[in-house]
Design a protein around this ligand. Structure first.
Ligand code: ADP
Length: 622
């Protein structure tokens, strides 16, 4: 085999393979366009298969050679048929091409022209003219389109131009056989490459198709506005979808319709051509309804529309094909995307696929938008509720505080009267009272005293928050000294012993700090065990906080109560056992929290309790 034979052999293989692939593709999808492409590919592959078989010496038959030639001459006709899908020619042209084809066959069969060179010129001349006509058609179509459709038509235009050239070369070669050794391999290589491109453009392999779809989708997404939530957002999106759909399929117009169920009418949500869609609604109600009920992507060409009246009316709109894609997901239906094509689509499956992709993207955007809206609504409501509740809580807290203050303040006076008169009775009428009477009066005075303590503690509790606080640089050593002074009598009576670390200076309110130390030390003494009370005040620095501790060697507290003791009125003992009101630790907690600190207790029953509280280390605000 020499070089030109190798080239010829490879070319034959390529053509044969492509025709086989095209046939398989048609068998799998069975649509008219694929059928015509398979026929065109076979028109190229079949003659080469015959040449191959002959070269392999498998048969020798002039009749089969002729058959191969007839099939080859039909290629321009099938290309012409493919062109009709999106740029229909006048019927006359179709007839001329068919007649030309039949004449070519007759010319060869009947050897109508005695000069073989002239026969070749006539037949290949015919092929070249039809091929050139188609090339021009595809070129014009390409110019009127954008996006990947344009690219596909470009490839087809170039491929059919190369085929035209190959036919022309054959014509020239018939006149000047001397150039054959050079032109034949060139024409073969060029036409083989073009055949591959034909294949890629008409029935692209899956990967290529996906790549084109992605590109189309990307273009659409780049145009999609990332808009903030707004009323116009949905209609903006549909406008973009209509525009994108029109562009991706090279349609005449695109639009989104929605069924107004109460009025049983279709509303236009967006359209690139309002007038066209308005008359579509008027003239094509039934056909739109069908598309809507079908609930799946579909295409309708005018001949598919059963009703003659409707068909006539739709024809006046100037579109041959309508593509319909419902815009819905499981939860919701938004409407129906409709694209009008002037003619039939050359790549109908791909067009429908890309429309589905655009619709899916649009649904995603709308869904996200809805979710964000709902979330914003929800958080708005939540915020509002929290504000309302906080205000109500503040109000009731305030009222409660005022009430507690006023009540405890006003209760003191009558209580004093009761106590004094009870004591007066005891002093003035000692003879009139027997032992029991005196005991009753003692009970009454005790009760009044307890009530007085309770009132005082309540007053203290409400005052902690109600009075204004002054945060100054406080020497905690001095605070402790003052507290010890207040408790002097109590300490002496119980023989309590207080030790302490070096105490720091902190920014705090003096009165609250004294109150805090006082309550904790009082409790340490009150809840002492049989041992002599030993109290230690500690201070360490940790994580931008001072951690103070008040440790005692008293009765201790059971683990389960360590948190509850800070709740107001919570007491672990009856009054007879240990007098008290259950307010002291609640006051401590409030005092610490007013300083943005925290208070907690650790304890072991029988060993003692340690109260810790933190005060943040701060600079004094100037
Ligand atoms: P009160 O002392 O008036 O009862 P507090 O609020 O000061 O109220 O204390 C609440 C409860 O916590 C007390 O009733 C007591 O049982 C327990 N408690 C407080 N301090 C100590 C302590 N140092 N040791 C043991 N128990 C304590």
């Amino acid at each position: 085999m020499n070089i030109s034979e190798i080239i010829a052999f490879n070319t034959q293989i390529i053509f044969i393979l492509l025709s086989l692939i095209a046939i398989v593709d048609y068998i799998r999808h069975r649509d008219p366009r694929r059928r015509d492409f398979a026929l065109m590919a076979t028109a190229l592959g079949f003659p080469f298969a015959l040449v191959l078989l002959r070269n392999l010496q498998l048969f020798q038959s002039g009749a089969l050679d002729l058959a191969g030639a007839f099939v080859l001459f039909s290629q321009p006709y099938f290309l012409f048929r493919l062109l009709q899908y999106f740029r229909p020619s006048r019927p006359r042209i179709g007839i001329i091409i068919v007649v030309g084809f039949l004449l070519s066959c007759a010319l060869l069969w009947f050897r109508m022209v005695s000069n073989p060179a002239l026969t070749v010129v006539l037949i290949f001349g015919y092929c070249a003219v039809v091929e050139a006509y188609c090339t021009l058609g595809f070129y014009r179509g390409m110019q009127a389109t954008v996006g990947t459709l344009r690219r596909r038509l470009w490839i087809i235009t170039l491929s059919s131009a190369v085929f035209t050239l190959a036919f022309v070369i054959n014509v020239i070669k018939a006149q000047f056989p001397i150039i054959a050794p050079v032109t034949t391999p060139i024409a073969q290589i060029a036409s083989a490459v073009s055949a591959v491109f034909f294949y890629v453009a008409f029935v692209p392999p899956r990967g290529q198709r996906l790549a084109w779809q992605m590109e189309e989708l990307r273009d659409y997404l780049l145009q999609t506005r990332i808009a903030p939530a707004s009323e116009a957002f949905v209609s903006d999106n549909f406008r973009q979808l209509s525009q994108g759909a029109k562009q991706a399929t090279n349609g005449m117009a695109g639009g989104v319709l929605r069924l107004n169920e109460s009025a049983n009418e279709w509303d236009i949500l967006a359209a690139t051509d309002q007038a066209l869609f308005a008359s579509l609604i008027q003239n094509g109600q039934r056909f739109i309804n069908q598309g809507w009920q079908h609930r799946q992507t579909m295409s309708r060409s005018l001949p598919d529309i059963a009703d003659a009246d409707e068909r006539r009316q739709l024809r006046t709109l100037g579109a041959q094909t309508w593509l319909l894609v419902p815009i819905h997901n499981q939860e919701r239906s938004w409407g129906l995307l409709i694209v009008a094509l002037r003619d039939r689509s050359l790549f109908i499956d791909d067009d429908l696929k890309i429309l589905e992709l655009l619709v899916r993207e649009c649904i995603l955007v709308l869904d996200n938008h809805r979710l964000i809206d709902e979330l914003q609504d929800y958080s708005g409501q939540l915020e509002h509720k929290v504000e309302e509740r906080t205000a109500a809580l503040q109000r009731s807290n305030e009222e409660l505080r005022r009430y507690a203050y006023v009540a405890s303040h006003d209760l003191q006076e009558p209580l004093r009267t009761v106590t004094s008169y009870l004591q007066l009775i005891e002093q003035r009428f000692p003879d009139k009272l027997n032992e029991e009477g005196r005991e009753f009066i003692k009970f009454a005075v005790d009760g009044a005293l307890r009530m007085k303590n309770l009132i005082q503690d309540l007053l203290m509790y409400s005052r902690v928050e109600s009075r204004s606080h002054t945060f100054t640089l406080l020497d905690m050593q001095e605070v402790l000294d003052k507290t010890i002074q207040f408790l002097e009598v109590m300490l002496a009576e119980t023989d309590a012993h207080i030790t302490h670390d070096n105490l720091p200076k902190i920014i705090a309110d003096e009165e609250l700090m004294i109150q805090l130390f006082q309550n904790l030390i009082e409790n340490a003494i009150k809840y002492r065990s049989a041992k002599k009370p030993e109290i230690h005040i500690g201070a360490t620095c940790k994580d931008q906080h001072w951690v103070f501790s008040v440790r005692d060697n008293g009765i201790g507290i059971e683990q389960q109560y360590l948190e509850q003791i800070f709740i107001i009125f919570k007491r672990l003992h009856i009054a007879d056992e240990y007098p008290g009101t259950g307010i002291g630790l609640a006051v401590c907690k409030k005092a610490v929290e007013l300083h943005d600190g925290r208070i907690w207790a650790e304890s072991e029953v029988g060993q003692g309790t340690t109260f810790h509280f933190t005060i943040p280390i701060r600079e004094l605000a100037s």
